[in-house]
Design a protein around this ligand. Structure first.
Ligand SMILES: C[S@@+](CC[C@H](N)C(=O)[O-])C[C@H]1O[C@@H](n2cnc3c(N)ncnc32)[C@H](O)[C@@H]1O
Length: 299
């Protein structure tokens, strides 16, 4: 790779937090009743590609990977109610500031506060980046010895003060973010999703997939990468990524029939995938609105 992927993703979404970027949008329909209390700025700066919020339930603890302006979190906050909680993780200060800007206003409207926006990398959910930054202020790195001490500090933080603990989350959601993670970290990203979920937990991920391998030229284009194209998963491999780390019952819940974009003859579309950490028990209640029959006739 001839460029720094993380830097181009950070810069693109820093700009996206300041000004609405129409080119980053992949039109998505949300249940409008949940949008009423969400300020226009948050609704406008939506860079998602699907709607994973439909698949969460009352009382759950939900983790949103790459929470951006917070639209998905604020929808989920209403769905999980005051007995549930929503944690949004993002590594971009501008996006975190934007998501926190209306937190109090929305809590006042709801009558409860159940959202928390925290700084972290979604492929390293143990590392609390706020604490790392604070430590670095007092301990600048100017030598290999200081680098070694820094790395040891990070390891200690991961172990003793993890940002997201093992087996602590009911539902991990994400909306158009996994593709943005650099290739060498993608496997670890799926390991992390698996690690943080409770045994009965599930992941519901909306992301961009493609139908063929990309050309090297496309992969090496920072604009295409930060625009959710170059890091798109090949659809069959996306499902495999879940299965490889141990997920069960990996299922496509939604798939755009018409591609969002076609570049060099390659189709890019949004899919929403659900995967359970463990096989759900037979009598587990149907927990999403994709049931095949009206609720009354369900067993
Ligand atoms: C395409 S936007 C989607 C935002 C939000 N999910 C939505 O639906 O509007 C991608 C977001 O993920 C964040 N992001 C990208 N890579 C990340 C990473 N490795 N760790 C944490 N956040 C990341 C970006 O800062 C940005 O806010």
């Amino acid at each position: 790779m001839s460029y720094d992927i993380e830097k181009s993703v950070l810069e693109r979404y820093e700009a996206g937090a300041k000004e609405h970027q129409p080119s980053l949008c992949c039109p998505t329909e949300y249940d409008s009743s949940f949008l009423e209390i969400i300020p226009e700025e948050i609704i406008a700066k939506d860079y998602g590609c699907g709607d994973p919020t439909r698949y969460v339930n009352e009382g759950e603890t939900v983790l949103d990977l790459g929470s951006g302006a917070g639209k998905n979190c604020y929808i989920i906050a209403q769905k999980v109610g005051q007995n549930g909680q929503v944690i949004g993780v993002d590594f971009n200060d501008e996006m975190l500031n934007l998501s926190r800007k209306y937190q109090e206003e929305i809590s006042d409207k709801l009558g409860y506060q159940n959202t928390n926006f925290i700084k972290g990398k979604i492929q390293d959910l143990k590392l609390p980046l706020d604490k790392v930054e604070l430590w670095l202020k007092n301990n600048p790195i100017n030598s290999l010895e200081q680098l070694r001490i820094f790395e040891a500090k990070c390891d200690r933080l991961r172990k003793e003060e993890p940002l997201i603990k093992d087996n602590s989350i009911d539902v991990v959601v994400s909306n158009c973010v996994l593709n943005l993670v650099k290739p060498e970290d993608k496997e670890q990203l799926f390991d992390e999703i698996y690690r943080v979920l409770k045994t009965e937990g599930k992941a519901v991920i909306s992301d961009i997939v493609c139908d063929r391998d990309l050309t090297l030229e496309m992969i090496n284009d920072p604009e295409l990468w930060s625009g959710c194209i170059s890091g798109a998963f090949r659809e069959d491999l996306f499902i495999k990524m879940f299965e490889n780390v141990g997920f069960n019952q990996v299922e496509i819940l939604a798939r755009q029939t018409e591609p969002w974009q076609v570049i060099n003859g390659i189709e890019f579309r949004s899919v929403t995938v659900k995967a359970y950490k463990e096989k759900p028990k037979q009598n587990k209640k149907i927990d999403d609105n994709k049931s095949c029959c009206p609720p009354k006739s369900c067993c």
